[in-house]
Design a protein around this ligand. Sequence first.
Ligand SMILES: *Cc1c(COP(=O)(O)O)cnc(C)c1O
Length: 378
Amino acid sequence: MKEIPYLSPKTHQTTFEIDLKALVANLNYYKSTLKPETKIIVMVKAFAYGLGLSKISEVLANQNIDYLAVAYTDEAVELRKAGYEGKLMVFNPELECFDNIIQYNIEPEIYNLSLLKGFLEHIKNNAAYQLIKPFKVHIKIDTGMHRLGFMPYELEEAATLIVESKALKIETVFSHLAAADDPTEDEFTQQQVEAFEKGFEKFSSYFDYPILKHISNSAAIERFPDLQMDLVRLGIGLYGYSPQPEIAQKLKNVCSLKSRIAEIKLLNPGDTVGYGRKGVVTKPSKIALVFLGYADGLPRSLSNKGELYLNGKMAKIIGNVCMDITMLDVTDIDCKVGDAVEVFSENFSLEKFSEMIGTIPYEVLTDISSRVRRVYKN
Ligand SMILES: *Cc1c(COP(=O)(O)O)cnc(C)c1O
C-alpha cells in the first residue's frame, strides 16, 4: 500500500510506537473466544483509533478477517486508494457520498428513512445504477442507544420501500449496545437484545434470502459469548484495552506514546517555569524539557499536576503544558538527557493515563496528533 503523505518522516523526538505483533496477538485472542464460524468486523474508524489507517489495515488484510469498518466514506475511499480490496463497511454515510460508495464498492450502513429514501431516489435517477443494482447495504436498528438506527416502528416502512425498489441487497442487520461493559446495566443490555431480535424477525421476514445479524462490540465479545450471532465488531480490544481486568490481563500492550529528555536545567528557589509563571520552584530543582505538548495530544489540563513515567518513577509536570514542550520536575529522579519519558506504555498503562486526565482510552488514542510519528514494531 502507498504511504500516506502526512505519515512521512517526522523529526521530533516524540513517537507513538505501535506493536503490530501484539495487535495480531490480541486479534487471535478474541478469535479464540469465538466460534470458528463467527465472522469478524474490525473497526478502523478514526485513523484506526489513532494508530494509522493504512498500516493497521494492511496488517489486518493478512489476518483472515471478514470486514473492515470505518465511520465516514472518506476513510473508506482512502483505504481503497491505499489498495485495500477486502469488504468494507461505512457506518456513517452521508447522502452526498453515495456515488463514491458505489464507485469504490463500499457497503453503507443505512440508519434512517431519509437516508434510505435518498439513496433509493439516487439509484432510480441514474441509468447506470439501474443496470448494476442491487447494492449491498447493512441495516441498523436503534434498540436503545438512540444514536443512529431505524426505530422499531420504522422497520416496516423501510422493509417495504426496499422490497419494492429491488435496488438493495441486505447483507446484515445490526444494532449497537449502549452499556455492554457495565454489569449494573445488564438488564438494559438484555432489553436491547430482545428489541433487536424482535426487530430483526420483523424486518427479515420481508426478504426471501438469509440475512446475517450482529450486535457485539469488544465489551460484548468479552462478556456475552452468547451474543456473538453471525458477526462481531471488534474495536478497542484489538488495540490493547479492556475495562475487564481479567481480559486486560490477557491482552498485549499495543500502544506506547514516548519522548525523550531534551535538556536538563538547574533552578533556584523563586524561579518560575513556563507561561504565566505557573510553575513555581521552592527548592533547588532539576527541570527536564520534553518535546511533547498539547499539540501532540498531551492535554493542557495536566499542567502542574500530571505525571509522566521516567526511569521507574513518575515525574511531575511543572508549569503549564505548552503547545510543543512540557517541563518535568526531576529533582528526585536519577536521569539524563536522552532518557525515555513515557506518557503511556507497558510501564504506565493507557488506562491509568486515561484516568489521570479524566477520560477514556478511546479519546486518548484518537487525540494523538498527526504530527506524532507512528513507529510500527514488527
Ligand atoms: C466503534 C464501534 C464499535 C466498536 O466499539 P469498541 O468499543 O471499540 O469495541 C462497534 N460498533 C459500532 C457501531 C461502532 O461505532
